[in-house]
Every structure is written in C-alpha cells, then in structure tokens.
Design a protein. Structure first.
Length: 407
C-alpha cells in the first residue's frame, strides 16, 4: 500500500488488488485500486477504508504509520459509502477503538448497525453540514443517494477543493506508477478510459439517472481535485472525469462510440456464416467491432462492450424453441443494467422451428429497453445468398440508426 500526498494535509493510501471477482461477479482482468484518504488538521480523519484483501487492514495501519499516524490516534472516520470494499476494515478498527466517531449519512448509520453493531458515536450528516478538523480543514458533506447504494455521499475539503468521491468518478484498473492525471501517458489515459467504461457499465449503469444528479451537484461545488475510491486522482483537470462520467451516462440511453458490439453464438457454424458477412460490411464501413462470443467472454467485458457501442448486433440461433441460451442470458444482464435506446439488428439460424426472435422481443419488452431495431433476418439451416444480402442490408441500416458520440 502506497501513501501519496494529494494536497495540503491530505494523503491517499492506495492498494492494487488483483485476481478477484468484484462484487463477487465481475471479472477484473486488469485489477482495481482501493484508495483510502487521511486528512490531517488539528484532528485526524480517515476517509473510507478497505476490505480485508491482501493483508488489509493491517497494510492500512502500516501505511498510516509511515505518515506518523497511529490508528489509535485517529479522531474520526468518514464513511462515504458502506459497501464492504470500503467499509470492511471497520470490523478490525472497532475492536481497537470502539468509541471512535463515525460521520456518514443516515442510511449508512443504519448499515453500520446492521454490519458492525455500531450505534454509539455515529453522526448522521445532511446536505451541506460540515466537520471542522482545525487548521482550516473543514469538510462539507453532500449525499448522492443511489450512487450506487442509497447511503452514498461525497465529501469536500473546502480548504483545498479536494472532493473525496468514493465510488463516484472511480475506475477499474491497477495503477503502476502514475497516480495523477497530469502524470499519465497517452497509453495510460486510454487504459483508464476503457477501464472507466467497464467500471461504470458494471457498477453504475443501473443508476445512471442518479449519477447524473451527482454530476450536477459536483458542478455546483468548488472542486479543484477529484480523489475517488478506485482509480487515478484528477488534480490538474478534474472536469475531464466529470465530463467523462456525463458521457458515460449518455451511453446508457442509446448514444455510443463509433463501434458495434456483437453478441453472438453459433452451435454448428450456420449463424457464424452470416456473422462473417456482417463483419465484412462493418470493416468496409470503417466501424470498430467488439466481438463478444457467448459464453466464452466474461460478463464484465460483454456489458462494457454493449454499453459503449452505438450499435448492437445479436447473432444467435434458435435453441429448443428459444434463443441460444448464452446470448439470451447476456441480453437479460444488459436489460438489468437498464441499457436503453440502442440501435440494434438481429439475425440467426433455425432448424425445425424458430423461436429466437420471439424470446429476444420478450427480453427487450421485459426490461423496457426500447432498442431501435432493424428488421430481423432468420434463415433455415445455412444462409443462402439472398439471406446474406438481407444481412448486409440490415447492417447498413443499423449504421444509419447509430447515435454516435464524437469525442
């Protein structure tokens, strides 16, 4: 765990975590950082924390020691969000110092009781209330409910304009050398663009309308530095990550990059023949492709690909009177993430009976996804030249419908 100075009186304690399933389900090929923050005025506050991964919280206490702070000397804890990747360490802390004061929202106070039996010295804060740590260190609190739990808030050090956002403005991806936006190489910037979209789509997408409210609230504050609970710190251009998050919100309601995500499966290669023709058209039209073969790719990758793409192709055969199950399951997860308004096109093979298109329509309707579909193409057995011509036409019509965000 590394201790990095963020601004006057504020340090970040950062740890890379790998080989985990985030929230028990999201595969993280590139890991994730866990960031805690220590604020020192006349009093010392620890903001958020870390779960018991990789020797934590022991590593957290050791890093505090590197700053000359003993855990017994911490005066208070600010809990922006009670999800255990940020609060799990409290079980250890409360064994050391049960009488410590915790500042959080009322929803978090309820969860503190449920998770850790902590009811005394808990201060439930409201919008705009402050904590004075001395030496000019005044922390203001700003609840942002449902980002992405109902308990969440963001905290602002009014002296330096440092916003401690916890999950808000976060990203997946490990940090190797450069913790700040003004240090990152072009490759690192692109890396955190992709990991930021993966994070947002996997964790935040369902709550995009609430994220937009949090963005609006952030813009009203005097923010000079954004320090999230996961990912890099934005100290030179905090508006970049704010603008990025606003763009990500738009991806969830139909907009996207000049890319097509293809969710596909093929039992015996019949649907794959039509897919190959679709790929030829997309290459000719200079459209980037995110090819997601189900069930071979991870749900984390699949959701991110669909989320960021302006167009979606579903290429799947009928299986037992319904859609090829891995593709149907992927679409159901996309629906749970409330990814709406995408331009889409579907095609696939059937044998003795159809049914894939019927189930596709049911999934779209169940989740109220409101995707803008080009007429589907279904064919018995292998696709003939007439079928392939229809697939080509469908891809061209899809491209016309795509709502592309120019970055």
């Amino acid at each position: 765990m590394n201790a990095i100075k963020i601004s006057d009186g504020i340090h970040m304690l950062s740890l890379n975590v790998e080989d985990i399933l985030f929230e028990g389900m999201w595969d993280l090929a590139n890991g994730v950082t866990l960031n805690s923050y220590i604020i020192q005025g006349e009093k010392t506050a620890l903001v958020d924390g870390v779960i018991g991964w990789d020797g934590v919280p022991e590593n957290l206490y050791e890093s505090l020691g590197d700053l000359g702070v003993k855990i017994e000397d911490v005066d208070c804890v600010i809990v922006n969000h009670m999800e255990p990747d940020h609060s799990g360490w409290l079980e250890s802390l409360l064994k050391i110092k049960n009488d410590i004061t915790i500042y959080c929202t009322q929803k978090s106070a309820d969860l503190l009781n449920a998770f850790f039996d902590k009811t005394i010295n808990v201060v439930a804060v409201k919008e705009g209330e402050t904590l004075d740590l001395g030496k000019g260190k005044i922390i203001s609190f700003h609840p942002v409910p449902n980002v992405h739990w109902p308990d969440t808030m963001i905290s602002l050090d009014t002296q330096t304009g440092t916003l401690l956002g916890c999950d808000m403005f976060g990203s997946f991806g490990r940090i190797k050398d450069h913790y700040f936006d003004d240090e990152m190489t072009d490759e690192e910037i692109e890396f955190f663009e992709e990991e930021g979209i993966r994070y947002f789509s996997n964790v935040m997408a369902t709550f995009s309308s609430f994220v937009q409210k949090a963005i609006n609230k952030t813009r009203e504050l005097d923010v000079k530095i954004i320090a999230p609970g996961h990912g890099p710190v934005y100290r030179t251009n905090p508006n970049k990550i704010i603008d990025d998050y606003e763009r990500y919100v738009g991806y969830g309601s139909g907009k996207g990059k000049k890319e097509v995500a293809i969710l596909w499966g093929s039992m015996y290669g019949m649907t794959k023949k039509a897919l190959d023709r679709a790929l030829e058209v997309l290459e000719k039209e200079n459209i980037s492709v995110n090819l997601m073969e189900m069930p071979r790719c991870t749900e984390s990758d699949m959701v991110a690909a669909v989320y960021k793409s302006a167009g979606i192709i579903i290429a799947a055969p009928t299986y037992e009177y319904k859609m090829f199950p891995p593709v149907a399951a992927a679409l159901d997860e996309v629906g749970r993430k409330k990814i709406t308004g995408k331009a889409a096109f579907s095609f696939g093979s059937f044998g003795w009976s159809g049914g894939a298109q019927k189930e596709l329509n049911e999934i779209i309707e169940k989740h109220k996804m409101s995707w803008d579909f080009v007429p589907a193409v279904e064919f018995r057995g292998k696709p003939g030249e007439e079928d392939l011509a229809k697939v080509e036409h469908g891809v061209m019509e899809l491209i016309k419908k795509m709502k592309i965000v120019v970055e």
